[in-house]
Design a protein around this ligand. Structure first.
Ligand code: APR
Length: 235
């Protein structure tokens, strides 16, 4: 694939990129939403209804993510960022830190992070690596008002201004391992295409979205390194 050597690249990743690191996706067979009700564990209402259920859910995911290692797809994106001369932004819907573990720098977690706690009184975000339970005290305002720092359904994703700006200037938009069913992320390809970007999908199976000009099907740990090599070779 040939794009201008200093072109602006925006990459969007979803749960599929972490599947081969042993982390469940959401909507595949045996995915998280098969065993957990979104309304209970991924809405503010669910949290107020039964906070312990929510803390347990994210404590489980935080422990699993802590044990997981980046795979060849995460590593390839870190390599691309490192080798690319133009602007590069990695927007992830994932709340694990496998991109950072792989060495990626310019990463935006639009749906939050597992290893962070949010104070719903003062709004501060604080590093949190162990289990988080009801009653933990905020290090900023000293109130017992911490929740998982995850953007739940009905809440506004993080860094939307930076994301819009990057999509506005993107010359290549690459979507990896996402079903493209959750907005606003699912609408990014339309924005990027509308601004003239080349659009590429890398996924186990094509989602069928006609806005993607190219699609590379297969497991991310195989397809992403090949895509990155082709991109770097084509400069
Ligand atoms: N390699 C590449 N793609 C894969 C792999 C793999 N090994 N395994 C699964 N996939 C693909 C699936 O085919 C599917 O299209 O990854 C996608 C995962 O889709 P979802 O489970 O819907 O996850 P995602 O798109 O990240 O969900 C978006 O929804 O539940 C909310 O906030 C949550 O961030 C999440 C958002």
């Amino acid at each position: 694939m040939h794009i201008p050597p200093k072109a602006s690249i925006v990459v969007l990743t979803g749960a599929g990129i972490s599947a081969e690191s042993g982390l469940a996706t959401f909507r595949d067979n045996g995915g998280l939403w098969a065993d957990h009700d979104i309304r209970d564990v991924a809405t503010p209402e669910g949290f107020h209804r039964n906070p312990d259920l929510v803390f347990d859910f994210y404590n489980m995911r935080r422990r699993e993510a802590a044990k997981a290692s980046p795979n060849a797809a995460h590593n390839a994106l870190a390599r691309l960022e490192n080798a690319w001369d133009g602007p590069f932004l990695l927007i992830t819907q994932n709340v694990d830190s496998l991109h950072e573990k792989a060495g990626s720098k310019n990463v935006l977690h639009m749906h939050g992070k597992l290893n962070s706690a949010l104070c719903y009184e003062c709004g501060s975000h604080q590093q949190w690596d162990g289990d988080l339970d009801d009653g933990e005290v905020c290090t900023s305002c000293a109130r017992a008002a911490l929740r998982p720092d995850i953007v739940w359904f009905g809440e506004m994703p993080y860094d939307m201004e930076r994301i819009e700006e990057a999509l506005g200037g993107a010359e290549l938009f690459v979507s990896i391992g996402t079903s493209g069913t959750v907005y606003p992320a699912a609408g990014f390809v339309m924005e990027a295409a509308g601004n003239g970007a080349r659009t590429v999908e890398v996924n186990l199976q094509a989602t069928g979205n006609p806005l993607f000009e190219d699609c590379y099907e297969g497991p991310a740990a195989t397809t992403v390194p090949a895509f990155v090599e082709a991109l770097l070779a084509g400069r």
